[in-house]
Design a protein around this ligand. Structure first.
Ligand SMILES: NC(=O)c1ccc[n+]([C@@H]2O[C@H](COP(=O)([O-])OP(=O)(O)OC[C@H]3O[C@@H](n4cnc5c(N)ncnc54)[C@H](OP(=O)(O)O)[C@@H]3O)[C@@H](O)[C@H]2O)c1
Length: 389
């Protein structure tokens, strides 16, 4: 049991929901403060319960819920972490006024896990506001906290941008002057640099997940985030690079465990860690496509064709027949961005640092893909895309 007071941001999101579920399950002794958007602390608490309920039966973690408090606030609002807001925080599980414990003060926080981010691939201003200004405000608010043991900042492995080779190592980035496909990855790279340069005394560790898809036990039920892309490519039989190129995909439950591992392990050898499949657990599209065929039946068109995005657009009439009815313009807009990512040099994000610290390797995508694929048959791709909006 760990005697820690954790401040977690992003608990209503995909990775944040899974991480909070894992925290409550495996570290029941922690006290946890959650910074969450909402009109009131009670409304924000309800949003967290809904997010958490996707991953865990709330009754099973009831006693741990009693040690969680929700501060309602926006990361970019300088008053969100004021004492007044903290004293108005809501317990995640209301046990009644006589049994209610006071929420911990911010000065008691020992570990920060900063997951909240604007993950939009389209926004520029909003992304920079949340991912740079918001993160910096949090870091600088927590800097003077004397008992702070770790500030785990969650970045992205794609902060490497383009031009770094096929196997990416942590210290290859962040670098200036790199081409980014979207402002989101650029903002995450810039924030890492700013944190390192402006708050050198912060006990900062950076965790960079690669591509997080599905859950090993729950499949895509909590969220179909990014899974729709793999289904689409499989059905269209079109991809932007050869099928023997490696894909670095990890499940959200393993990511949650890895983040808590990095949050609590007292002595870490490095400041930056990929939370990724790495060479040992990456998969190729040949393997992905074989699993889809096994679970959903052989596809009518074989083999795959390797094409550029202009070809996909010129063939838009194929889409309704293969994917069913839906907004094709919207799909193409999203696919265009993902195809651009696929053309980056990066294939695999080396995870040997994380494994050397003692974290077990992730399961391969193809080991739990059957669950995601069969479960998704009852949901259209267009519907699954909503999980990323
Ligand atoms: N998913 C992946 O494949 C992946 C890969 C690499 C890195 N990452 C990183 O992992 C982290 C979590 O990603 P995710 O996929 O779980 O994202 P997500 O599902 O989009 O969740 C984002 C979370 O951030 C919160 N948030 C956004 N803006 C906020 C603000 N201004 N104030 C307070 N909270 C705010 C959201 O709250 P609301 O519910 O109020 O919007 C939500 O809880 C991010 O830092 C992301 O960059 C993700």
């Amino acid at each position: 049991m760990i005697d820690a007071t954790v401040l977690l941001t992003g608990s209503t999101g995909f990775i944040g929901g899974a991480t909070l579920a894992e925290l409550l399950d495996s570290h029941a002794g922690c006290r946890t403060l959650l910074l969450v958007r909402g009109e009131t602390a009670t409304a924000a608490a309800e949003r967290v319960r809904r997010s958490l309920g996707r991953f865990v039966d709330l009754a099973r973690v009831e006693s741990a819920l009693k040690s969680c408090w929700v501060i309602h606030g926006d990361l970019t609002d300088p008053h969100s972490l004021d004492d007044a807001r903290l004293s108005g925080s809501a317990p995640l599980l209301d046990v009644g006024p006589d049994k209610r414990q006071p929420a911990p003060r911010l000065e008691e926080v020992s570990h920060v896990l900063h997951l909240a981010s604007n993950t939009s691939f389209r926004s520029v201003r909003g992304v920079r506001h949340t991912n740079i200004l918001g993160a910096m405000m949090l870091a600088h608010r927590m800097r003077p906290v004397a008992g702070l043991k770790r500030f785990l900042y969650v970045g992205t492995a794609y902060c490497c941008g383009d031009g770094g080779g096929t196997i990416v190592h942590e210290d290859d980035s962040p670098r200036d002057g790199v081409r980014h496909i979207v402002e989101y990855t650029n903002s995450k790279a810039e924030c890492e640099m700013l944190l390192e340069n402006t708050a050198p005394e912060l006990p900062l560790v950076v965790a960079r997940p690669s591509v997080v898809v599905g859950h090993t036990r729950l499949g895509c039920r909590p969220s179909s985030s990014l899974f729709w892309f793999y289904r689409t490519v499989d059905l269209l039989r079109r991809y932007a690079r050869p099928l023997d190129v490696r894909e670095d995909v990890v499940p959200v439950d393993w990511v949650a465990q890895a983040l808590l591992f990095l949050l609590f392990k007292p002595d870490l050898q490095h400041r930056r860690y990929h939370v990724s499949a790495g060479v040992g657990s990456c998969v190729t599209w040949h393997e992905i496509s074989a699993v889809f065929a096994r679970c959903c039946g052989e596809r009518p068109e074989n083999p795959f064709r390797i094409v550029d995005f202009a070809t996909i657009e010129s063939e838009r009439d194929r889409i309704p027949a293969l994917l069913g009815p839906g907004n094709v313009d919207h799909l193409l807009m999203a696919l265009r961005l993902y195809f651009q990512f696929v053309t980056l040099d990066a294939e695999v994000f080396d995870n040997s640092r994380l494994l050397a610290e003692g974290m077990p390797p992730p399961p391969r995508f193809t080991s739990y893909l059957p669950l995601c694929a069969t479960q998704s048959l009852s949901r259209s791709i267009f519907d699954q895309m909503r999980d990323d909006q």
